[in-house]
Write a protein that binds this ligand. Structure first.
Ligand code: 13P
Length: 281
């Protein structure tokens, strides 16, 4: 089954109304946990890498390891570059075999975002690498207020943007934030429905950690086909470390295996909610 193009993975999800989990990872424990979850539940899965991880694991080394493990997997695995802000980083990712990239020019003007995204689509399309872009902005703030509505994705701009760029997937801002939430998020499902009505491409939800099961179900019904998760995997790993750190009978490798298991349990929990279990076959 192995390496898979993001576009085909998401078009199937869109047709059958489920979402694929995109998990940001930077070490072997997380990779083992996420791939193990996908195998156990027969789910397609997206393994994602962010530039911030470079400090721990260079992109080229990540790609070699993940692509090798993806090729041995019996479920579809897409290898994705998350939130790239520079064209150079995207070129590096394409060179080392990523199957999709996200160009994040969401802090730019609409016209600049279109121009930058178009250039990425032009290069990637020729190489069968899928492209995700973001319109509106998913912030890193712990809470969004009504006064933050200006960073939500505008419906008419979403239509114009996707027509002009022909991206394979669009990340939308509808009330989620990256990282730990200070208060329960208030999702603007009406906005999501309106975007869905005018955009044919699969929609992506960033900042998936901390959302309720009902939030996920609502957004998937309204067109979300890919959900990004990072924080909840790290919290599961941290819990495992905190619970077993003082147990002197455990070796370091025992601890690492326990972390991988904790990440796997959290990824399985998410996959069950996303409705992607059994969709690998
Ligand atoms: P969380 O850290 O909130 O799960 O967000 C992950 C994300 O959206 C990565 O792009």
């Amino acid at each position: 089954m192995a390496l898979c193009n993001l576009e085909s993975m998401l078009l199937k999800a869109q047709k059958e109304q489920y979402a694929v989990g995109s998990f940001d990872i930077f070490n072997i424990e997380m990779l083992k946990g996420v791939l193990g979850a996908a195998e156990e539940t027969r789910s397609p899965v997206i393994v994602a890498y962010g530039e911030a991880f470079e400090e721990l694991l260079p992109m080229e080394s990540f790609a070699r390891t993940v692509i090798d493990m993806a090729q041995r997997a019996t479920v579809p695995v897409a290898v994705h570059l998350d939130h790239a802000v520079s064209f150079d980083l995207i070129v590096r990712a394409v060179h080392c075999g990523f199957t999709s990239v996200m160009i994040d020019a969401s802090d730019k003007s609409l016209e600049d975002n279109i121009e930058i995204t178009r250039k990425v689509v032009e290069v990637c399309r020729a190489l069968n690498v899928s492209v995700e872009a973001e319109l509106g902005h998913v912030s890193g703030l712990g809470t969004l207020y009504e006064s933050d509505e200006h960073i939500y994705t505008d419906v008419q701009q979403a239509k114009y943007f996707t027509e002009q760029t022909q991206v394979d997937a669009l990340a939308v801002s509808i009330g989620t934030v990256h990282g730990v939430h200070k208060e329960a998020p208030r999702l603007n499902l009406k906005r999501l429905k309106e975007i869905r009505a005018v955009v044919s491409q699969p929609l992506v939800l960033h900042g998936g950690s901390g959302l309720s099961e009902q939030d996920f179900r609502n957004t998937i019904i309204d067109g979300i086909c890919k959900v990004n998760i990072y924080t909840d995997l790290t919290l599961a790993a941290l819990d495992s470390i905190r619970n077993s750190a003082m147990d002197m009978r455990l070796s370091y490798i025992d601890q690492c295996v326990m972390i991988a298991d904790a990440v796997k349990r959290e990824a399985i929990r998410k996959m069950k909610i996303f409705g992607c279990c059994g969709k690998a076959d």
